[in-house]
Design a protein around this ligand. Structure first.
Ligand SMILES: NC(=O)c1ccc[n+]([C@@H]2O[C@H](COP(=O)([O-])OP(=O)(O)OC[C@H]3O[C@@H](n4cnc5c(N)ncnc54)[C@H](OP(=O)(O)O)[C@@H]3O)[C@@H](O)[C@H]2O)c1
Length: 303
């Protein structure tokens, strides 16, 4: 039974991914800052990245490493110290693990690390590919650093895959939940002009993608993890209203300057238009179960 060590496995993506990996017969070791009791097929290992503490011996039988750890981008206002934490929680955690595998005998074959489409610049017209240059804003610079730290595992002859993930759609949290709540109150929030492109992915497709990336030898480097059919923010909210059979709602236009006042620099991400192509991923043979917003929302709202 191959062993996967996972960081950030208690989060939105991690919890869904654990279920998929268990089904595929992996033994899973989750590195967490919390104290949690082991469950069938899942061992919780405590670590304290801030203090540089981690259970070295327990990591050395890992065949694969999945890196999802990172302070939540949307949870708090981006002060200077929060920005430092957003970056450090993604890069320093990787450095700690690299140090372990550099100084001990190991059998690690692949690292699959989260990254984000925040890597790219904003554009209303362009489709971004993996070879495009990164943007200049805080999140883009964070993604560049994050990926560079992941790539340092290549020095250990470990195959490194980075999944530049779009907005993850899940019924359990993340982007969709506040919109669902607002629509239940009969309000359809339209952010800024509402015409900004949202490149999204259904959480189940993303989990299958992580599981496939572990064992697909031909997958190396960055991949855009987004469904092939992005939507504008306005299309998304109107599709949601339609699927919820919420026929009566008031469109609530939230102007860009109000978002800036409420969210500070984070508003850049809410308003950023990024249309990203999954072509490189599709060339590996990956098939989306939820390629369009209608199929994704049908599953999320009615399954
Ligand atoms: N959800 C999305 O739409 C989306 C889109 C693009 C990219 N991503 C990226 O994918 C990864 C996983 O996303 P997610 O939505 O599952 O995130 P999440 O729900 O916020 O979970 C992230 C996990 O990281 C750990 N963590 C949080 N702060 C940390 C810190 N300061 N130091 C070390 N570990 C910390 C936590 O695990 P413990 O509390 O157990 O330690 C937490 O469960 C993140 O890196 C995220 O940026 C997500």
């Amino acid at each position: 039974m191959p062993t996967v060590v996972m960081t950030g496995g208690t989060g939105l993506i991690g919890q869904a991914l654990v279920a998929v990996l268990k089904e595929r017969g992996y033994h899973i070791k989750l590195l967490t800052r919390r104290r949690l009791a082991n469950a069938a097929g899942v061992e919780y290992l405590s670590w304290d990245p801030q203090q540089g503490q981690l259970p070295v011996e327990a990591l050395l039988d890992a065949d694969y490493l999945i890196h999802l750890a990172g302070a939540n981008i949307a949870e708090k206002r981006w002060t200077a110290s929060r920005k430092q934490e957003l970056l450090w929680s993604r890069t320093h955690t990787l450095d700690l693990l690299l140090d372990v595998f550099t100084h001990h005998r190991h059998q690690l074959k692949a690292l699959v690390s989260a990254s984000a489409i925040g890597y790219y610049d904003a554009s209303q017209d362009r489709w971004f590919q993996e070879t495009d240059a990164p943007g200049q804003d805080f999140l883009a610079r964070t993604c560049v650093e994050w990926e560079a730290h992941a790539r340092s595992f290549e020095a250990l002859s470990v195959r490194v895959v980075m999944l530049r993930t779009g907005i993850v759609l899940s019924r359990h949290g993340g982007f969709l939940v506040p919109f669902l709540r607002a629509l239940r109150w009969g309000v359809a929030p339209i952010l800024g002009s509402g015409s900004q492109w949202i490149s999204w992915i259904h959480v189940q497709d993303l989990c299958r993608l992580y599981a496939n990336a572990l064992i697909t030898e031909q997958m190396v480097g960055p991949y855009n993890a987004v469904a092939p059919e992005p939507v504008t923010q306005k299309q998304l909210i109107l599709s949601l209203a339609e699927m919820m059979k919420q026929h009566y709602f008031v469109p609530l236009h939230v102007p860009a300057f109000v978002l800036k006042m409420l969210l500070g620099e984070m508003s850049v991400e809410v308003l950023k238009s990024v249309r990203v192509s999954p072509q490189k991923l599709q060339q590996t043979g990956f098939q989306f179960s939820f390629p369009d917003i209608h199929s994704a929302l049908t599953e999320l709202l009615h399954a």
